[in-house]
Structure formats: C-alpha cells, structure tokens
Design a protein. Structure first.
Length: 499
C-alpha cells in the first residue's frame, strides 16, 4: 500500500513483458524464492507492518515458536500481537502485550516511529483501547493519545499525512456516526470530519502517496448514499466521492458472482487492487488504475481469490490461491499461493515459491508487508516450499536464490559423422525464468555446447544442444547442466555411439 511504497517503475520490459528490478544475487526477481528463517505462529496472521528493524505481526494466534519447531512445541505466549527481528526473523522478547481480541490490521507511520493496530480487542494490557491502539516503536509502549472508541471491528488501516484512516464493520466512533470508515488525527487522536459513510463492510483502505485521495474496498454497495459497488475513491479531507472510472473493473454482483476488493496498494502514480469472488469464474484477480485520472490501466483475470498485494523494488507481489491465469497457466497445474506481477501490465513474473492453505480460512497467504528489501507474508498456511512453517514467513534479496531443478536425462542422436545432438526438456527455477544450459561430454564434463532458454512451471519447452566435434566411432557419455548465474545443477548421463 502507499504506506509501503518503495520504488516507482522505470523503463519498458524484458522478454515475457517483465521489468528489470534490482536483483538478488542470482535471481530474475528482486527477492529469492528461498524462505528466510523466521518464527511461526499457532494460528492465522491477519496484520503485518515492518518498521525500525522489526516486523509487527497480528492475528488469531496466542503462541509463537521458533523455526523448525513442531506445532505445540517450544511455544512462547503472544496474545494476538508480536514483533520479530527484521533481519533474523527471531522473536523480539521486549515487545510483549496482551490483547483481548483478534488483530486484523497493522500499519506503520511514515517515519516508522509508531505502529497502529486495529481489530476486535477492547483492552491492551488491561487498558481501554476500543479496537485501535498505537505503539511507540522505540520503547514498545502504548501511545496514550491514540485511543478512539470504535464500536465494532476495525479491519483495515492506512496512513495519509497526519490522518489515520480506518475501515471495518463499525457504525460509531466516539459515539458519533461513522459507518464503516473513519479517520483520526495521528497528532492528538481526535476524530476527523472525514466520513465516506459506506453501507457495508470496508475490507481495505489506502491513501495516495500525496494524500490527495483515499481508496476504499469491501462489500459495500453505496458510499455517501451513492451507488459504488465494492470500491471507491474519496476526498482525503471530507470523504466525499470522487470520479473513478476504473471501478468498472469490478463486476456488479449477480446471483452467480459476488466480487469484492480485499487489498489496496498505492505506489507512485498507480493504485493496485486485489479482488476475491464467490461463484464459478467470478473475478478473483488484480487490477491497476492511474491515481491522477482514475482510469483503468490493466486488469489481470487469474482465478483464485487474491488477498494481499505488496510492492517491493518495482515488482508487485501477490498472495492468492491462483489456479488459473489466462495467458499463463490453467487448471491442472495446482494452486499457486505466491506470485509476482509486472506492475506495468499485470503479467506474471519470475518468482514461484509456494505455501499451502490451512484452517480456518483455507486460503493461504492473507497479508503481506515489506521493510524495503524483503517481503513478510502472513496467513493460515502451515507449509512454505513444502517445509513446515505456520502462519508467517519472509523472503529477502540475500543468498544465492533457488537452485534450478536438476535436468532430466538428455535424448541423444548422431546422424551426422562427428556430431551428437542432445535434446532435453528445460528445467525450472523458482526465481529465474532464463537459464543457461550446457552440454557436458564424458567423465571430465567438458563443455561442448551452451545455450539459454526461458521456462516457467506452465511452459517448459524442449531445447537441443549439439556437440560438433564428437569423436567418431566412439561411445560417449553426455549430461546437461542448468545454471542460473550462481547455482549450477547437473543431471545424469546418457550414452551414445558417435557416428
């Protein structure tokens, strides 16, 4: 979201429509697909923010545990809210507060000096905090001036200038009518006149980077008494509706389809939206609009509800349970819970780690945030890249990245004297699309041919490499090596008698 702004895109894309971003050591994306070490939770993570070297995490959990620890073992109590070291992923033992209800949203101030928390709670460490609280990141202490009385759940938070915008299911703030959206001053905690007046729940909220307008998403059908299904752009001071032509990207509800906005991410001159739909083929994808004009820039119609969006180093990372993406993969490739998109056009990028989905929502990733060069992901998952890791994970731009999948045995042929052709299916790499392939001859692994090729999990073409100087009349062994710029992986040998 705008509060997580990191970079504005530059030039046009590479092959596959991708925009180059500052890479990790050997990855095509800005992050490796190898999950960094981090502690875990015993239930879903619903809110995340990174500030001053710490990741602040909220949700349904009441216990946290170290990486690698099995569920129910080596646990430390943290009641709905915890903090972890941004660099190591370890529990911050100095930040320990007890809340009496779930945390649904967390946002950091622009300078990182505070984090604001919203949810179902009415007490923090026994002190009255009706669904919104703020903490000083330097001391970990509650901020005494931030204590509005919100009548029901706060589901979403955003910072714009000196305003804290929030949305949810409430109808009153400080006993004054504020239906599902309101704002307070971050200076003194006072209720502001901003009043969009939505007729149903607000799930997502974000302010433009210049705080010129605020975006709302949810299940509402009217804002300020005017028809606005699921998404709206409003004035940042009054909450009055603004023109927003791009709202047409969200289909109006029918008996077979109800699509609502679940997350909003502003970044420079663009604002990005995540949708989740009920009903077969109902819109579950992402879309982008121009902040200045309100016009639609692109719409991606992947199926599988999208829950979270975060911009990191010029790439748009999304958490969803995608199972079909037109122009890329279709049903039958499995569910893909973490994906990367090109913010210029919405096409998929070179980053394919994965989680599973666990109870209670069985969705997988539900929220994400960044501290600048990393990505923290929270949700209801219990595995990351096939390894046990519950509720919370993180990805960085450190290390060597994911290694390519080991090449299969090449199919060899020799129809020309002194030549051998090796045909093989391209490999996969979870953070690189383009790999270098080398044909190796004999036990000495002499490189006799080299080529590059693109591949993704939905498209693995076949390539052919030719040894032009094979010793005629001899029996030779050949294998394929796949190389991503740092990691080299070799397959097994195939044998042939050279013509």
């Amino acid at each position: 979201m705008g509060r997580r702004l990191l970079a504005v895109l530059g030039a046009a894309g590479l092959a596959f429509g991708l925009i180059p971003a500052p890479p990790a050591v050997s990855t095509g994306a800005s992050l490796t697909a190898v999950a960094g070490s981090s502690w875990q939770t015993d239930a879903s993570v619903l809110g995340l923010a990174v500030a001053k070297g710490k990741a602040y995490v909220g949700g349904r959990f009441t216990k946290v545990r170290p990486p690698g620890a099995a569920a129910g073992t080596n646990q430390t109590t943290r009641t709905y809210l915890a903090a972890f070291d941004q660099t190591t992923g370890a529990l911050d033992t100095s930040f320990n507060h007890t809340l009496n209800g779930f945390v649904w949203a967390i946002v950091a101030s622009a300078d990182g000096s505070r984090v604001y928390v919203g949810g179902d709670f009415t007490r923090v460490d026994g002190q009255v905090r009706n669904r919104i609280a703020a903490f000083d990141t330097a001391t970990g202490a509650l901020v005494p001036t931030i204590k509005p009385s919100v009548s029901y759940r706060v589901k979403a938070l955003a910072i714009g200038g000196t305003s804290l915008y929030f949305g949810g299911s409430f109808g009153l703030v400080n006993n004054i009518a504020r239906n599902r959206a309101a704002a307070i001053s971050t200076v003194n905690g006072g209720l502001l006149p901003w009043n969009p007046n939505a007729d149903a729940d607000v799930y997502a909220i974000d302010a433009a980077d210049d705080n010129s307008k605020v975006y709302l998403g949810g299940t509402f059908a009217k804002v300020g008494g005017v028809n606005r299904w699921a998404v709206a752009s409003v004035n940042s001071s009054t909450g009055a509706l603004l023109p927003f032509a791009a709202a047409s990207a969200v289909p109006l509800p029918t008996s077979g389809c109800t699509s609502r906005v679940k997350d909003i991410e502003t970044s420079g001159n663009r604002v990005y939206f995540a949708n989740a739909g009920d009903g077969g083929g109902c819109f579950d994808g992402t879309w982008a609009a121009d902040v200045a004009t309100g016009n639609l820039v692109w719409k991606n119609t992947c199926l599988g509800a999208t829950e979270a969006l975060t911009m990191v180093n010029g790439w748009l990372f999304k958490g969803s349970h995608a199972h079909s993406c037109p122009g890329a993969f279709s049903d039958g490739t499995g569910t893909h819970f973490l994906l990367l998109q090109n913010p210029a056009n919405g096409s998929l990028g070179p980053w394919f780690p994965n989680t599973n989905a666990g109870p209670p929502t069985l969705v997988g990733p539900l929220v994400s945030a960044t501290g600048g060069s990393d990505l923290w992901v929270g949700g209801d998952f219990t595995k990351v890249n096939g390894v046990g890791q519950q509720g919370l994970t993180r990805f960085t731009n450190l290390g060597n990245g994911a290694a390519p999948l080991g090449p299969v045995l090449p199919t060899l042929s020799s129809t020309t004297v002194g030549q051998v052709k090796a045909t093989v299916q391209t490999s996969l790499d979870n953070d690189d699309i383009t790999l270098t392939y080398r044909l190796l001859r004999g036990a000495t692994n002499t490189i006799v041919a080299t080529t590059t090729a693109n591949s993704t999990f939905w498209s693995r073409p076949t390539i052919t490499l030719t040894d032009p100087n094979a010793p005629s009349g001899t029996t030779q062994m050949y294998r394929i090596e796949a190389y991503d710029g740092h990691n080299a992986v070799r397959g097994g040998y195939s044998t042939i008698t050279v013509r």
